[in-house]
Ligand binder design. Sequence first.
Ligand SMILES: [Cu+2]
Length: 684
Amino acid sequence: MSRFPLATALPSRLALACAISLAAFPAAASDDEAKTLDRVIVTATPIQPLTFETDPKLPRQPVPASDGADYLKTIPGFTALRNGGTNGDPVLRGMFGSRLNLLSNDGSMPGACPARMDNPLSYVAPETYDRLTVVKGPQTVLWGPGASAGTVRFQRDTPRFDKAGMRLQGSLLGGSFGRNDQVLDATAGAPAGYARVTANRSASGDYDDGNGERVPSEWKKWNTDVALGWTPAEDTLLEFTTGSGDAQARYAGRGMDGAQFKRQSHALRFEQGFDGVLKKWQASVFHNAADHVMDNYTLRDPNPMGPMPMPVAADVDRRTQGGRVSADWAWSSFAVTAGLDTQRSRHRERSAMGRGTYASVPWSQDATFRNTGLFAEGTWSVATGRRVIAGLRMDRAAVTDHRATTGMMGTPNPTRGQVRSETLPAGFARYERDVGGTGFGWYAGIGHTQRMPDYWELFSPDMGPMGAANAFAGIKPERTTQLDFGGQYRSERMDAWVSAYAGRIDDYILFSYRSGGMMGMMSAASNVDARIHGAEAGLALRPATAWTLGGSIAWAWGENASSGTPLPQMTPLEGRFSASWENGRWSAGALLRIVGAQDRVSVDQGNVVGRDLGPSAGFATLALNAGYRFNQRLQLTAGIDNLFDRAYSEHLNLAGSADFGYPAMPVRINEPGRSAWLKLDIRY
Ligand SMILES: [Cu+2]
């Protein structure tokens, strides 16, 4: 997209400022300058191969569900584990869960479900955000601990007004299978401040796969957020935000559906800019709460032949509070951001047999988490087009086990009241080079991070490693050391980029499943050593003014070095090829997505959600889109996804639930068959 600054074309000071602003400053939103026609996004292009930034308001294809994970799928290297129609769990380079640091409004919102039905991005309505930023690999320390596979931030910009006024954006989406979405984003403001309301509603019925078989996947969700900002001076901001939302989602691949996804978020942010060496300081606090109910009777009927023939529901609740203070300094060739972030999180649950009876059961708290980290990240412009970027971080993490009993049988918990605490260092260094005048640039970096096991790794497994009382007692922090390197070339007619990585993960947290227990499957967590490597690459050609031809590939490889077997849940080789045309008023495009077979599997191993079901076949799908811009304010786009109505399924997947008639032998959930959609975007 041409509106992104071409890092290679900038003089070093500007590039430095740009790098700093990407890393630390939420860029001030400019008045809506006349935008060119926004093409339908089929594959996002990087700012540089390590960093992707995309506008989540733009139309994209295949039409995404209204959740954060589906929006990431346009970035090469990402895929998602499907639950049903929405709330897929994002996976980058075969890495899942807390290996991805997922942030909304720079606060963390870990879900509550012990089976991870509500990953952090299921509480994100992407279109109500202004920017989606991804940093691949352990190559930043600014946004919290862990982040071994990458950092994903959904952000809202600060609106600024020269005079009193109003801005409005919105969209309407309609599509096959009863899909309908409405989004409103309205801001009223003056030089002294602003009020912004964002709201969305999204719904879809069950979809049909390419065989015409219905896949239980319907969802409906809504979100409303309000931001009140006070801007007494040009470089001062005090902002209060509050929001809530709820949803329901049918899950073809689960024994229960999501009957409730209640969200409450509050945040307060202060920023002050300066003219001297100290450029800025900022402070923020957040409070995020998720209250999730899963049951087998709201969106399905209990299966009389299944493990749960009676109506049953569980209510789980997670409240996370945190804060961050940071300051930015800049000298002529050196800039640094340093600060502290902290968060605490509490998890509790209650459950009962019978419809709605859980609500009268008292809560029982099972876990609390605390983490405080100190960080510093700097950029040194060695010479024109040569930069060194490095960061250090030190975290202190503690987890308390409050469970009186564990398991369905109510076995007394041997680790009740115990606290696990760890000191976790992280750091990275990267060299970036723009070869002046050639449009060519490259980078190479090394990063190390240590990640505290998360709620799902410490509390969800039925068993821990050999010799440990349970997972809480025995699972060690994961330590990732990774090389990241790549390059890019930009010219008038061609952009090309590649990002590659090679890493080792000591004490990689692995789930193994076997049949047994009351629910039919038992899980055990253990630490193994893993080796990973892979690459993503992209090419965009502009043979004529109106035409763009694009292609990208993503390849990931992993091995369990402790056993010499494949690392499970690894994304298969994927290629996307697109052609698009636009003349300012009309646009048209086609996307061919080709995914290879995956035979590097370790059956019944994986993570808290996904396990390898076996090898999978490759597939290819074709999608078409077209757009028409009536004027600067009104744009219509339309698309047909899976044009040839192919029946196919992704490798990373859940097995369909017997409640919906799926066979006992695990069968992957199929993707939607041919579907059409129409989207109207309004800017005012
Ligand atoms: Cu759940």
